[in-house]
Design a protein around this ligand. Structure first.
Ligand code: IVH
Length: 692
C-alpha cells in the first residue's frame, strides 16, 4: 500500500461534527481493511482504493492538527526518529521457558504438574514456538498505548513507534474489548514470514544493500531501529500467544479462551493451536508439527505446551523466572554458529571448481557439521566471507549445510579474504571463468586432471549409471592415485592381483568387486549414455537421446540439428553432446569398453514419422495464459510439428489466445483450423497419457 501523501492546507479551526464523523469512519474503515489484509489474509479492496481512503484521512488530519492521534492508521508509516529507546518496566515479568527435548522430559514435566495440582482434570495447549522477538502490547480502553521488548524480563524498551508500523497489529481493538478489559497486556512474538524474508533479501541484494542474516535477526534488527520509517519498510508480523495481565471484568478461564478472544478483538493468533489431554496426544502434535515445519512459512524452534486452565496456572506459579505451567519442547537446532577454518576448492567431474568451507565441527540439527558448500565465487562475494569468520550455519531437512551469513561484528583482525586459486587445485592447469557462467572450471582435458578423472569415474559407477557395487569413492581415489585406472574402460581391465595389492582389499572383496564389474558389463544404452558424464546430460536426457538415436554410433555421429530434434534437448545440450564426442579420447573410451565386452544393446527408435503431429505446421498467436509460448512451441516440436511464425496456406492449425490479431484473421480467411489454448492443453495431455 503506497505511502505518497500530499498534505492539505493547515487550519486553526476546530473540525465540524461532519469532519469528525468522516475521520472516525475513515479510521475504522482503514483499520478494518488492514485487518482483512494482514491478519485474515483476505483483502476486500484493492491497494489503490485503500490508498484513496488513506489519503483522504491524511489530508483531514493535516488540515485539523487537533485530530492527531497515535492510534490513527496514518501513524503506521512511522514517526520522527528517536535518539534512544525509553526504558519501560513490565507490570509483570516477561518469563522465559523451561525446556524439554525428549518424551521422558515432557512426561516428567506433566507429572510434576499433576503432583502439584492433585487429582484434577488437566488439558494442555500446544502451539508452535515461534522463532522471533518477544514483545508486550498494552491496550488501554482498546487503544494500543505501549509496545515493549522483553529486555531482561523486568525492564524492556519502548518500541511503540516501531510496532505501530506493523500492519497486522491493531492500533485499536475491535469488539467489546475496551468495555470488558479497560487495561490489557497482550504478549506475543514478532517475526518475519519466510517468503517475505527471501523477497526482502533478494531486493536488498539487487540494490547492493546488506541482506538480513536470518529471519529472527532481521526481526530484532528491524524493531531496534530508532527511525520507525525504516521499520515500516520491513516485512514484520506478529502472533499473539499469551495474556500478560488484564484489568476489568473480562475473566477468561483458559489459555484457549484467551487466544480465541484475542482473535475476536482483531489480534493475530496462530491457527495451529490445539488442546490435548495427555502425553501421547501431545507427542502426536509435536510429531505432526515437526513434519509440517518446512511448510509453515515461518521459522519455529519447537512447541510450547501450556496448562490450559488459567486458575491451575496460578496454582502452579513460577520458579526462577520460568513458569511451572509451561514448557518448550525444542526441536533439534537447525542453526548454529561456527568458525570458517579454511576454504578448499573441489574439482567436479566437469571441471567445475566449487569452494567448500571447512568449519570448526559444530552440532546442528542432530548432526555434526564440518563442511558447508559455498557454491561459487559469487556466493563468497555475496556473503563477504573471510577465513576466520564466525558464521551462521543452517540445515534444512536433509540438505547439505549452508552458510546463512557472516557475523561481521566478530570478524578477527587477521581474517583472510578468499580468492580463486591461480591453478586447478588438482592438476595446476589454468582456471577459466566465462561471462555466461558463474562457475569457474579447470581447463585441462578430462583425462589429464586427476580430480576430474576421479569424479568422472565415481559418476560412471554410480547407481543410475553402471551401478557397480563395492567400488566406493576411496577405492577410486586409490586406483587413480596409483595409476591403475585413468578412464572407465581401465576399470574392466583390472586384474585380481592388482586389486589384492591395494590397501584394505582382501581376496574376498577383490573377488566380489570383479564379480560386480563383470555383472555391470551388461548394461543398457540409456545408462551407458548417462555414465559417460556428458555435461548437461542427466538421466532423463540420456534416456531421450537413447530413444531418439537407438545406438551409440548414431548418437556419436549426430549433428546439432539432429540433436536438437530430440525432446527436451535445446541448443546448449546439443552443443555439449557434440563437443563431447568431438574429443577423440571420449570415442576411444567407448571403443575400449566395447572391446572389453561391455554391452549396451541397440534399442528401437521412435521414428520421427510416427510422431502424432509429423508433417503438420502450427502457428501460435495471441497470449497463452497457462504456459510460456516457448514451452508450448517445444512441446509441439516434440510431437513432431513444425512451428511457424506466420500463417500461410501450408499452416495446419492456428492456436489463438486473447489479443490475437492479423494472424487469426488470415487463418479465418484461408479457412485454416483455429484452436484455443484449452484444446492445445488437451492435446498435450492426451499425448502424455499415451506415452505413460
Ligand atoms: S509463552 C511464560 N508461547 O519463547 C511463557 N512463548 O523461551 C511465556 N515463544 O520469550 C511465553 N513462541 O519469545 C510462548 N507460542 C509461544 C511462543 C513463545 C515463541 C518465545 C517467547 C519467549 C520464549 C521463551
Amino acid at each position: 500500500m503506497s505511502q505518497n501523501r500530499k498534505p492539505e492546507q493547515e487550519s486553526n479551526q476546530e473540525p465540524s461534527a461532519l469532519v469528525l464523523e468522516r475521520v472516525t469512519y475513515l479510521r475504522e474503515q482503514l483499520a478494518h481493511h488492514l485487518y482483512r489484509y494482514h491478519v485474515l489474509d483476505a483483502p476486500e479492496i484493492a491497494d489503490a482504493e485503500y490508498d484513496l481512503l488513506f489519503d483522504e484521512l491524511l489530508a483531514l488530519e493535516h488540515a485539523y492538527p487537533s485530530l492527531h492521534s497515535v492510534s490513527s492508521p496514518t501513524q503506521r508509516v512511522g514517526a520522527p526518529a528517536l535518539d534512544q529507546f525509553e526504558k519501560v518496566q513490565h507490570a509483570r515479568p516477561m518469563l522465559s521457558l523451561d525446556k524439554a527435548s525428549s518424551r521422558e522430559e515432557l512426561e516428567q514435566w506433566m507429572q510434576r504438574c499433576r503432583n502439584r495440582l492433585g487429582d484434577v482434570a488437566l488439558t494442555f495447549t500446544c502451539e508452535p514456538k515461534i522463532d522471533g522477538v518477544a514483545v508486550a502490547l498494552v491496550y488501554e480502553n482498546g487503544e494500543l498505548t505501549l509496545a515493549a521488548t522483553r529486555g531482561d524480563g523486568n525492564e524492556g524498551e519502548n518500541i511503540s513507534a516501531n510496532v505501530r508500523t506493523i500492519g497486522s497489529i491493531p492500533l485499536t481493538l475491535s469488539g467489546e474489548a475496551s468495555h470488558l478489559a479497560p487495561k490489557l497486556e497482550v504478549r506475543g512474538e514478532i517475526y518475519i514470514p519466510l517468503d517475505r524474508f527471501h523477497a526482502f533479501n533478494a531486493a536488498a541484494i539487487a540494490e547492493g544493500e546488506k541482506p538480513m542474516v536470518n529471519p529472527r535477526n532481521g526481526a530484532a534488527g528491524s524493531l531496534r531501529q530508532l527511525d520507525s520509517k525504516v521499520t515500516a519498510g520491513r516485512p514484520l508480523t506478529m502472533f499473539c500467544y499469551s495474556l500478560g495481565g488484564s484489568e476489568g471484568d473480562w475473566q477468561p478461564q483458559t489459555q484457549e479462551e484467551v487466544l480465541s478472544t484475542f482473535a475476536e478483538w482483531g489480534l493475530r493468533t496462530n491457527p495451529a493451536l490445539e488442546v490435548v489431554a495427555d502425553l501421547d496426544q501431545c507427542l502426536h502434535y509435536i510429531e505432526r508439527l515437526e513434519l509440517r515445519r518446512d511448510d509453515l512459512g515461518y521459522e519455529i524452534d519447537g512447541v510450547v505446551i501450556k496448562v490450559n486452565d488459567l486458575s491451575q496456572q496460578q496454582v502452579l506459579g513460577s520458579v526462577t523466572r520460568k513458569p511451572r505451567w509451561a514448557i518448550a519442547y525444542k526441536f533439534a537446532a537447525q542453526e548454529a554458529t561456527s568458525v570458517v577454518q579454511s576454504v578448499d576448492f573441489q574439482v567436479g567431474r566437469t571441471g567445475a571448481i566449487t569452494p567448500v568451507a571447512r568449519l570448526q565441527p559444530t552440532f546442528v540439527g542432530g548432526v555434526t557439521v564440518t563442511n558447508a558448500t559455498l557454491h561459487n565465487m559469487d556466493e563468497i562475494a555475496r556473503l563477504d566471507l573471510h577465513v576466520g569468520d564466525r558464521v551462521m550455519i543452517r540445515r534444512a531437512g536433509d540438505v547439505i549445510p549452508q552458510i546463512a551469513g557472516v557475523i561481521l561484528s566478530q570478524r578477527p583482525t587477521d581474517a583472510k579474504a578468499v580468492g580463486l586459486p591461480d591453478g586447478c587445485p588438482s592438476c595446476g592447469s589454468l582456471i577459466h571463468r566465462t561471462d555466461e557462467e558463474v562457475v569457474a572450471r579447470c581447463s585441462a582435458p578430462r583425462d589429464t586432471c586427476p580430480a576430474k578423472r576421479k569424479e568422472g569415474l565415481k559418476h560412471f559407477v554410480s547407481r543410475l549409471a553402471f551401478d557397480v557395487d563395492g567400488l566406493g569413492d576411496k577405492l577410486i581415489d586409490q586406483l587413480v592415485d596409483q595409476g591403475l585406472v585413468s578412464n572407465a574402460a581401465d576399470l574392466f581391465a583390472l586384474s585380481r592381483d592388482q586389486l589384492i595389492a591395494l590397501e584394505r582389499m582382501g581376496e574376498k572383496s577383490a573377488d566380489n568387486l570383479l564379480g560386480a564389474l563383470k555383472a555391470a558389463k551388461q548394461t543398457t544404452l540409456p545408462r551407458m549414455i548417462y555414465a559417460l558424464g556428458i555435461r548437461e546430460v542427466g538421466e532423463a536426457t540420456a534416456a531421450g537421446l537413447a530413444l531418439s538415436f537407438g545406438d551409440m554410433e548414431s548418437l556419436m555421429a549426430a549433428d546439432l540439428h539432429a540433436l536438437e530434434r530430440v525432446p527436451d534437448v535445446g541448443p546448449v545440450v546439443a552443443k555439449s553432446v557434440q563437443e563431447f564426442f568431438a574429443q577423440p579420447e571420449h570415442c576411444d573410451v567407448v571403443a575400449a569398453l566395447q572391446q572389453l565386452g561391455v554391452n549396451w544393446p541397440a534399442i528401437d527408435v521412435i521414428a520421427p514419422e510416427s510422431l502424432p503431429l509429423t508433417g503438420q505446421t502450427w502457428v501460435l498467436t495471441g497470449t497463452l495464459e497457462t504456459m510460456p509460448r516457448s514451452a508450448a512451441k517445444q512441446q509441439l516440436i516434440d510431437l513432431g510439428a513444425k512451428v511457424a511464425g506466420s500463417v500461410s496456406a501450408k499452416t495446419t492449425v492456428v492456436v489463438a489466445g486473447p489479443g490475437a490479431g492479423s494472424k487469426l484473421e488470415k487463418a479465418q480467411s484461408l479457412g485454416i483450423q483455429v484452436r484455443s489454448e484449452e484444446a492445445l492443453l488437451e492435446l498435450f495431455n492426451q499425448y502424455k497419457k499415451e506415452v505413460e
